[in-house]
Structures are given as structure tokens and as C-alpha cells.
Write a protein that binds this ligand. Structure first.
Ligand code: MEV
Length: 326
């Protein structure tokens, strides 16, 4: 029986999260933690989706041409069921056992939902005999992101599909940036605080509507941060990148998405010699990133670990979605 295994990387947003939702540019990079999805043919319905990390599963039945899911954890599986729904419209859907196994911490702002959705599409889509194009992966993983939060900019699913480092905007799509990390290292730390991206995004949009002129100015500043960061990233000017990360964090603070746990980790990182540090992703929890020289990175990571459940020195700009085994 056929078995297809695919994977997709997690991501960090280097500059411009939230601002990107209203059309600004942002910069994202893939990281060395991956979500793996295996799809194995099965003779009869139900189709089974299981999450190894969460120890949960959903059983999906095809009943009179419609998909019906049985699971005690509908929220967890809804994005995947949405992908199945789209595939059902093509008439090609078949039963299978689909297993999700991810190295990416969940709800930590590191793209676990987008990566699982992209790897799910690649793995199960291939099992069904679809040609796995970038367009197909982007479309399906965007559908899944829309279920997770109502107004995704598209940056999360784009970076996990494409990999590398990208400049992204809703209107222009993405363009690759070649980053010279020089002797710089990115340290990631998880606050351990879980939150829903959609809720934070909606709060920011509401605050924008209440203070439009002030927020316009903040959004313009955020766009400048991204613009100035591009040559600095290309030339490996770590001091400039770090300064701009700190400025970006100030802007994120002003739109209400930082919190005490985040600020604590940022101060720990900066006090230990980080060149810059900011939250990454939706904020109000999730993860932070800190930029440091190679010599300082290990020490900063150790200090962060005294205050965070998880921290790692990120491999950065890795390959996007790939079929591992076919
Ligand atoms: C989440 O990783 C990034 C946000 O900007 C939301 C989005 O762009 O869809 C907060």
C-alpha cells in the first residue's frame, strides 16, 4: 500500500507581523524545526487523522457525498478537515490514515499550524495523485489558515511552503531575500503562554479603527523598519538588524501585542548581550527572537531557559515543503 511522507518547516517573522495584515511588507524566514505528515492508503472509511504530539485523532466519514468528522477536538482538526473538504470537491478523495508528527511547539508563534497544513496537503494530495505545485500548496494551506484565524495575511503559509527568507505583502506576494547572517545567530524562546492568533489580530484591527491617524503613523514607521532592514540583512550588518528589531518591538508594544512574559524574555536577552530582540508572530505570548553573535548565543540561550519552557538557536532559511518519502 502506498505511503507518502512530507514535511514543512516552522517560521519566524523577523520584521512586520500584524502590520502585514493591513497591507504592509513583512520579512519571514523558515526555521529548522519541521512538521511531518504521513499518509497511508486505507481500504475503507473512515479516514483517520491523528496527531502524535497531542495524542488525539479524528475519524472522517464520507456520507452521501458529504464529509462528516467525529472527534472530541474539532478545533484542532478543523483546518485539516477544511483541506479535505476542498479536495472532496475535486472528486478524488479516498480513505487513508494521516499522521501528523511535529517538532514545532504548538501555538507558539512558530508556524506550527501553517507547516502542518502544508505538509498535510503535500502528503495526502500526493497519495491521491495530485501534482503538488506551489500554487496548490499555497491555496490549500491558506484555506487552512483561514480556519485558524479569520484574516490571515498569507505570510505564514507562504514562508512554510517556500522556505528561505522572504519579503512579503498581500498585494505583491513574496520575493526572496538572500540573508548574510555573518557570525550572527538567532535565538528563539517560547514564553509558554498560548493564545489564539485570530483574537490578537482582531484586537489590533479594532484598536486601529479607534485611533486611525495615530496607527497610520505607526504603520508607516513599521514599513520603514522593513525597508531599512533589507540592505542590512543582505550585507550581514548585525548591529543595524538588532537595532531595527528593537524598534520593531517598540511598535508592536504600542499596538498592544506585547505582555509581561515577552518583555521579561526580551530584557533577559538584551542584558546578556543580544544585539536586538523582539516578539515574533502574533504576540501576547508565543515566542521571542533575539539576535546575537556566535560567541554570545549559547549563554543567552541558557539564561532564557531559566525563564522559558523552551529555547533553541535557530537554523534559519531552510528548505520549504518537501516530499520525504514516496
Ligand atoms: C502571525 O504569524 C502573523 C500575523 O501578522 C498574522 C498574519 O499575518 O496573518 C500576526
Amino acid at each position: 500500500m502506498n505511503n507518502v511522507r512530507a514535511s514543512a518547516p516552522g517560521k519566524i517573522i523577523l520584521f512586520g507581523e500584524h502590520f502585514v495584515v493591513r497591507g504592509n511588507h513583512a520579512i519571514a524566514g523558515s526555521i529548522g524545526l519541521r512538521a511531518y505528515v504521513s499518509s497511508r492508503e486505507k481500504r475503507d472509511w473512515p479516514l483517520i487523522i491523528e496527531s502524535r504530539n497531542l495524542g488525539m485523532q479524528a475519524r472522517v466519514y464520507l456520507d452521501k457525498g458529504k464529509l462528516k468528522a467525529k472527534t472530541g477536538h474539532i478545533e484542532v482538526f478543523r483546518p485539516f478537515i477544511q483541506i479535505l473538504e476542498r479536495l472532496r470537491e475535486t472528486g478524488k478523495i479516498q480513505p487513508a490514515i494521516i499522521t501528523i508528527d511535529s517538532e514545532i511547539p504548538v501555538s507558539a508563534g512558530l508556524g506550527s499550524s501553517a507547516a502542518s497544513a502544508a505538509a498535510f496537503t503535500a502528503s495526502y494530495g500526493r497519495l491521491l495523485g495530485f501534482t503538488i505545485t506551489r500554487e496548490f500548496l499555497l491555496e490549500m494551506s491558506y484555506e487552512a489558515e483561514r480556519v485558524v484565524h479569520g484574516k490571515p495575511s498569507g505570510i505564514d503559509n507562504t514562508i512554510v511552503v517556500e522556505g528561505g527568507v522572504i519579503l512579503y505583502s498581500r498585494e505583491e506576494g513574496y520575493q526572496r531575500i538572500s540573508v548574510d547572517m555573518n557570525n550572527g545567530r538567532l535565538i528563539i524562546a517560547d514564553t509558554g503562554v498560548r493564545r489564539r492568533t485570530g483574537d490578537v489580530v482582531l484586537d489590533v484591527l479594532e484598536l486601529y479603527d479607534r485611533h486611525e491617524r495615530v496607527f497610520d503613523a505607526i504603520y508607516r514607521a513599521a514599513e520603514e523598519v522593513v525597508r531599512e532592514s533589507i540592505p542590512a540583512l543582505e550585507r550581514g550588518e548585525l548591529d543595524v538588524i538588532g537595532e531595527l528589531m528593537n524598534v520593531n518591538q517598540g511598535l508592536l508594544y504600542s499596538i498592544g501585542v506585547s505582555n509581561e512574559r515577552i518583555e521579561k524574555l526580551l530584557h533577559v536577552a538584551r542584558n546578556e548581550g543580544a544585539l536586538g530582540a523582539k516578539l515574533t508572530g502574533a504576540g501576547r505570548g508565543g515566542s521571542i527572537i533575539a539576535l546575537a553573535t556566535d560567541e554570545n548565543a549559547g549563554r543567552i540561550k541558557s539564561r532564557l531557559l531559566e525563564n522559558a519552557p523552551w529555547s533553541g538557536i535557530g537554523e534559519f532559511g531552510v528548505e520549504g515543503v518537501k516530499i520525504e518519502e514516496d
